[in-house]
Ligand binder design. Structure first.
Ligand code: ADP
Ligand code: ZN
Ligand code: ZN
Length: 735
């Protein structure tokens, strides 16, 4: 009986590829999840066996045999492989690319999955030329010698990558004294000690106690929790306790965090608590370290695996718990290529594994709140701050009524002075880096445009350059207006200008700016945060970076310089993001005994969103926002997907989307609504015109059924070849 191997190959095609087993390989010995070398076009690539099938849709004669099997045991266990194939289906993304996202680069190019491997090397005699030469006709032996001569040693994976038939010639070389084996020199890290010392920790508060007990009671079965507590309420402490339990049972915990480089303090806390190797996984790790972390997660030597988005695919020998910290954070959604949500996949994975999952946030996403509302998740509340600090008070400052200095209203200037005098630290938040958001000519009205985007260039004063924050274009700042020759001037505020203004208003007060420009150098962020923590810095100005993970215990005043950017956004999630940001920044204040004060500058103090936030906090906002979404039938009360297209000219994306819409309309029935196509609000970006078609349905089923029938047709459309297009299921942003 013949068997067909359905293999996932890292290629942009929404299907698996059929192969025959390698010659002399019994297909019964092959388990799904092993890697193989396969011929693909004119290349040889690493593929992953997704399934064994009895037959192919292609005639047997057209199937090529795979070259060689790489792994004795699967690199992806059945549950993980199943999750990946399901994700590929759910997000309508090529399965080979989905599986590639789950493997470290080294494994994608054929490196050994296990740390313990034999290696082969040329003998000293062979290297010094003291052996009788090999016959020049022994081509395979000579080639192998050349290959080994170029490196210290080669392992099985490397030899296999060179040629699937390497064992016979190698045996021959060993017999003749040319080659020799090195025993595995990479020592296995010992399995962690379950009774490992647990670092010092505070006694849980009664609220923490309840949360810890609820999570512990769910061990060994699936349950989903939303740990909802204000910043500083002790959520991390709850994770740590819950994980202690997991570790004592000899199981592993997977902890997802938004951005490792922004949360060194969090990783340090885990390290201080567990006297065991942590596997830390994030995108800026060098390949070898990433492979090492992947291995220690897979063989179970790391009891805690902590990582960013793609760590949701970390292999786990004995999974016991999944934690998603700051679950509302947008970075859990990959915005290009394989557009998945790591938070949603964490839920799916925990369900498949039959283990509990804890999503934590001070500002839960409306999706997670809806899951609680519909009974699919249990809310664990931490209503007060752990260390007893009082919550900050929020106040709005009406920008229309108060004069100001370069974007800082007079009452705010006075408040800053007061807090500084009383020995407090002050944090100012503005989500705009650079000096000013545009360069303007007062004589003729010219505004410096980006040549490649429908956007303005941002002035960066210190570098004396103009930057486009959408495409990266850079220019010199022109001396005069190119249209009329009069002087042009920066208008509006960015963090760089706020820094300058503060230095003028409060001369001599030590100041730090934290944004992408200021902390570009490696280690710059850590050192700036250190100076803040040590109290050397009294004034702190920064962007979104400040809202994530950091604890600033001595900050007594937080200023949100401009709340208005999110009030009238075109995206239905704009207000949710604004509310989260304000509450997150506000949460940085008044950690210790001193109560914090939060001032929010706005031109729309009567806006209902701001009023709700100030009076009822995030909960009041969220309740109102959920009611609005339910009424308007938007997520989480509906499901959407977006077909996006872009091209260097304006017409092809529209033509593509118009045609795609016709095809969808023929299938949609009454269940899926089609909206658009419409051009993006900023239509041209980096020289490309962008447009999209939105698909909207009450529930996921009809949407998924339509996508599965429709996308193959879209792929085959001639118009598809003239654009770059993508599908985004459960998009976070509409453009
Ligand atoms: P969150 O993750 O919600 O921001 P953390 O767990 O970081 O909160 O706790 C905030 C601060 O309170 C930390 O300094 C932490 O050490 C401290 N803390 C947490 N739980 C307790 C507790 N039960 N008793 C005393 N201090 C605590
Ligand atoms: Zn001009
Ligand atoms: Zn641009």
């Amino acid at each position: 009986m013949s068997a067909v191997l359905a293999i996932a190959v890292d290629a942009p095609l929404r299907r698996l590829f059929d192969y025959r087993p390698p010659l002399h390989t019994d297909p019964a010995t092959l388990q799904p999840g092993v890697r193989l070398w396969v011929p693909f076009g004119r290349r040889r690539v690493v593929g992953v066996l997704a399934a064994l099938r009895a037959e192919s849709e292609l005639p047997e004669s057209r199937l090529k045999p795979a070259h060689a099997v790489i792994d004795a045991t699967p690199v992806l266990d059945p549950a993980l492989l199943d999750l990946l194939l399901w994700s590929a289906d759910y997000y309508r993304h090529p399965p080979g690319e989905v599986i590639a996202a789950a493997l470290p680069a080294a494994l994608r190019s054929g490196a050994a999955a296990n740390a313990t491997t034999e290696r082969w090397t040329l003998t000293a005699a062979a290297r010094t030329g003291t052996l009788p030469p090999l016959s020049s006709r022994a081509t395979r032996l000579n080639e192998l010698v050349d290959f080994l001569r170029e490196r210290d040693a080669a392992d099985e994976a490397e030899l296999l990558a060179r040629s699937p038939r390497w064992r016979d010639p190698m045996r021959e070389l060993e017999k003749r004294g040319w080659a020799t084996r090195l025993r595995a020199e990479t020592a296995r890290t010992p399995a962690f000690d379950r009774d490992a010392r647990i670092g010092p920790r505070p006694d849980p508060t009664p609220d923490q106690e309840r949360a810890i007990a609820a999570i512990a009671a769910a061990s060994g079965r699936h349950a989903s929790f939303l740990l909802h507590g204000v910043t500083g309420s002790g959520k991390t402490e709850v994770y740590l306790r819950a994980i202690e339990d997991v570790v004592r049972r000899g199981e592993q915990a997977l902890v997802l965090v938004p951005e490792i480089s922004l949360t060194p303090q969090l990783v340090a806390r885990f390290e201080a608590r567990f006297d065991a190797p942590l596997a830390v996984m994030h995108s800026s790790l060098p390949d070898t370290e990433r492979l090492q972390a992947w291995r220690s997660a897979r063989d179970g030597t790391a009891p805690v695996v902590i990582g960013t988005r793609s760590a949701v695919f970390a292999p786990l020998a004995r999974a016991g718990l999944i934690v998603v910290d700051e679950e509302h954070d947008a970075s859990y959604k990959q915005q290009e290529g394989f557009r998945y949500s790591a938070r949603d996949l964490a839920l799916a994975r925990a369900q498949r594994l039959g283990i509990p999952v804890v999503l934590g946030s001070a500002t839960p996403s409306l999706e997670s709140l809806e899951r609680v509302g519909s009974g699919r998740s249990t809310r664990l509340g931490l209503p007060v701050r752990a260390a007893g600090a009082r919550p900050p008070t929020l106040r709005l400052v009406d920008l229309r009524r108060h004069a100001g200095t370069h974007g800082i209203a007079t009452p705010v200037v006075l408040a800053i002075g007061r807090h500084l005098e009383q020995g407090g630290q002050v944090l100012l938040y503005l989500n705009r880096r650079g000096y000013a958001p545009s360069l303007f000519c007062p004589s003729c009205g010219w505004v410096a445009p980006c040549p490649r985007c429908d956007a303005r260039l941002t002035v960066h004063q210190r570098e004396h350059r103009l930057h486009c924050h959408h495409c990266g274009t850079e220019q010199r700042v022109p001396e005069t207006c190119p249209d009329c020759g009069q002087p042009a001037k920066p208008v509006g505020q960015g963090t760089e200008r706020i820094e300058e203004t503060l230095a003028q208003l409060f001369p001599g007060v030590p100041l730090a700016r934290i944004d992408r420009d200021a902390v570009r150098r490696r280690g710059a962020l850590e050192s700036a945060l250190d100076r803040v923590t040590r109290g050397e810095v009294r004034l702190l100005v920064g962007t979104q970076m400040l809202t994530k993970g950091h604890h600033f215990p001595d900050v007594t005043l937080v200023v949100v310089l401009n709340a208005d950017q999110g009030l009238f956004g075109t995206d239905f999630r704009a207000s949710e993001r604004l509310a989260q940001t304000i509450v997150q920044v506000a949460g940085r204040a008044g950690r210790a005994e001193r109560p914090g004060e939060v001032l929010i500058q706005t031109e729309y103090p009567e806006h209902p969103l701001l009023a709700q936030l100030v009076e009822g906090g995030y909960d009041a906002y969220a309740e109102a926002a959920l009611a609005e979404r339910r009424q308007a039938e938007w997520p989480p009360f509906a499901r959407i997907a977006v077909l996006r297209a872009e091209a260097a000219r304006r017409e092809p994306p529209m033509a593509f989307l118009d045609r795609a819409r016709e095809l969808a309309a023929a299938q949609a029935g009454g269940e899926v609504e089609l909206l658009g196509p419409a051009a993006a609000p900023m239509e041209r970006r980096a020289g490309h015109y962008r447009a999209q078609l939105l698909l909207h349905a009450r529930s996921h089923g009809p949407l998924q059924r339509l996508l599965s029938r429709w996308l193959p047709e879209v792929e085959a459309m001639p118009e598809a070849r003239r654009v770059r297009w993508s599908i985004d299921v459960d998009p976070l942003e509409l453009f």
